[in-house]
Design a protein around this ligand. Sequence first.
Ligand SMILES: [Zn+2]
Ligand SMILES: [Zn+2]
Length: 139
Amino acid sequence: MDRLSLRAVEEMASGEGFKMTPQRRVIVNYLEKATNHPTADDVFYAVNKKFPMTSRATVYNTLNWLKTVGMLRERFEGEKMRYDPNCERHHHFICHACGLVEDINSELIEELDAFKLPGKHKVESYEVTVRGVCRNCRK
Ligand SMILES: [Zn+2]
Ligand SMILES: [Zn+2]
């Protein structure tokens, strides 16, 4: 499972007995195309444009379920929790002017010696956050 897709979610849902309502389908549809690492609020507002009656609870339940079955990753940026439908190992670029969060392929960043940290920690994975000003904000 590299990237969340509606088809994979539908399959998982029927196997797990999770009911795919039209609202949930719209949520997954939005996440499938989302490259902006949306917050729960972003998802809520986007989905409400199509289904004005969708509750926050439905959005949170769906996000939590997707997270539990490993189709969505959660990550903190500042005080906000963001959701990442890209489950492949990758890093991020963050623009400090507009808050854009963009994926960076892991191959573009050299391997770090993070696995040889001093002390007795056992490192299992790491992700790098590159900060700067995005192409739009540079104009
Ligand atoms: Zn920017
Ligand atoms: Zn990402």
